[in-house]
Design a protein around this ligand. Sequence first.
Ligand SMILES: N[C@@H](CCC(=O)N[C@@H](CS)C(=O)NCC(=O)O)C(=O)O
Length: 212
Amino acid sequence: MSGLTFYGWATPNSRRVSIMLEECGLSYAVRGVNIRAREQFAPEVLALNPYGKIPILVEHRAGAPPLVLFESGAILLHLAERHGVLLPRDGDARATVLSWLMVALTSLGPFTGQAHHWTELAPEKPEAARAHSTALVDRVYRLLDARLAGHPHLAGADFSVADIAAYPWVEKHGWAGRELADTPHLAAWFARMGRRPAVQRGMRVPEGARLE
Ligand SMILES: N[C@@H](CCC(=O)N[C@@H](CS)C(=O)NCC(=O)O)C(=O)O
């Protein structure tokens, strides 16, 4: 057997990978892992990712054991390198993409997730936690807005894995109580990204999945 199997749900980290798969023009099987039903802790999912988190991508190879990948950033980098797309091979351009990719992976995503917790999900919502988590998100949004004031994409002229890593989290701006209108350059980038057919397809994977 050869091919790809994607394990994910209607979550921002999952959709980084489904957008990337679509942008690469790859065909892949989809296995829905409903995290609200705690399916990430099913033995067959834990056997692939002992951390019990999605997304997961399995690359089946004829005559070789499958390659099992987790962590959305690692999967984006693997697909970019494997297919020679959306990440320059070397030099300054590659280093710049990696810088903005890391902002999305280590600040935008985790800070938005924490803000969601402290503004919506937590049974108690201490004001200090809410204020701290939303201030961290504000700072990243100001950074992204300033960057996109002078560049069409996060890494500069070209669309890259950095944009893919950021998009599904910016789509969740409401989780941090934000209005995109407050950051007009980020809003314009978000609208441009949302017009890409592969982004639209990736945002619908797994079909019918809902995060509720
Ligand atoms: N750093 C990981 C985070 C993965 C992650 O937290 N995934 C969430 C869905 S977006 C999840 O699986 N949550 C369920 C859980 O933590 O039990 C990545 O980028 O892939």
